[in-house]
Design a binder for this molecule. Structure first.
Ligand code: CU
Length: 266
């Protein structure tokens, strides 16, 4: 199955070519799966409905004749098995075409999801690795230099790998627009990855009911042009003032005052 998936990935790359060495973003992959299913579903629907309508009209009883096909077809009597026909050719064709469509869809979708699961080749693309820690009620984003913020800033067109965990109860970290979603489980790390092809502000939320402040676990994800990001990152070091203040007042327990809940700007 894996070899087949590899072939399908290559085929997809040929059919849907990318601009020079780009990594396909999860959002692009999921959108493409949706489009392919929508297109095929519509095509199959149109064929089936058109075929049904055609026969319903062709063989309708318009009351003009008693039985216009009485001398043309041999109809079985009640309780009698039909004879003649074309040896099941229609059944064979419709079954084969359906089988080919369904099996191809399964194989292709599987190959796409395998790509999402594994992520782009690390040799091809150096990822930015960020630790994400969920707590009641907020998110900490810890950069490779130790800088910790409540707002996730990432560069455009770069693979971002998230290592997600929780410091208290089950949470679930998700950025719907970028098609990122993974559990945040205390004592464990789960991973997710994405690339954002367009700059802008996205929203990250908690998708696991985790207590009275669950709905406050909303924060911004800011996708910046690469040079802007580099400038911003060069100026960061260690935990921010917000974070330090929060740790001091809350004894490191993340008891952030309501005013700062929801992602104070870093
Ligand atoms: Cu939560």
């Amino acid at each position: 199955m894996k070899e087949m998936a590899g072939i399908m990935v290559t085929l997809t790359a040929v059919v849907f070519p990318l601009h020079g060495g780009d990594v396909r973003a999860p959002s692009a992959v999921f959108n493409q799966i949706f489009e392919v299913f929508l297109l095929l579903g519509t095509a199959v629907g149109v064929v089936v409905v058109a075929y049904t309508m055609y026969h319903a009209l062709k063989y309708r009883d318009d009351g003009s004749e008693e039985d216009p096909y009485a001398d043309k077809v041999e109809r079985p009597e009640m309780g009698e098995m039909p004879t003649g026909g074309t040896g099941g050719r229609k059944v064979f064709y419709s079954f084969s075409i359906s089988a080919i469509i369904v099996v191809s869809l399964i194989a292709w979708t599987y190959s796409q999801l395998l790509y999402i699961e594994q992520g782009p080749d690390p040799a091809q693309e150096e990822a930015l690795e960020i630790d994400v820690e969920g707590y009641r009620f907020g998110w900490d984003f810890i950069y490779p230099n130790g800088h910790t913020t409540n707002t996730l800033r990432v560069p455009q067109d770069r693979v971002v790998r998230l290592r997600v965990t929780s410091t208290d109860v089950f949470h679930n970290f998700g950025i719907p627009e970028l098609r990122v979603k993974t559990d945040a489980v205390p004592g464990q790390h789960t991973s997710a990855w994405f690339t954002a092809n367009e700059t802008g502000t996205y929203t990250a939320k908690c998708y696991e009911l985790c207590g009275s402040g669950h709905s406050l676990m909303t924060t911004e994800v800011i996708v910046m042009p690469q040079d802007e990001y580099e400038n911003w990152y060069a100026e960061t070091e260690g935990p921010t003032e917000t974070e330090t203040a929060a740790n001091e007042t809350g004894g490191g327990d993340h008891q952030i005052a309501p005013a700062t809940v929801g992602g104070a700007p870093a």
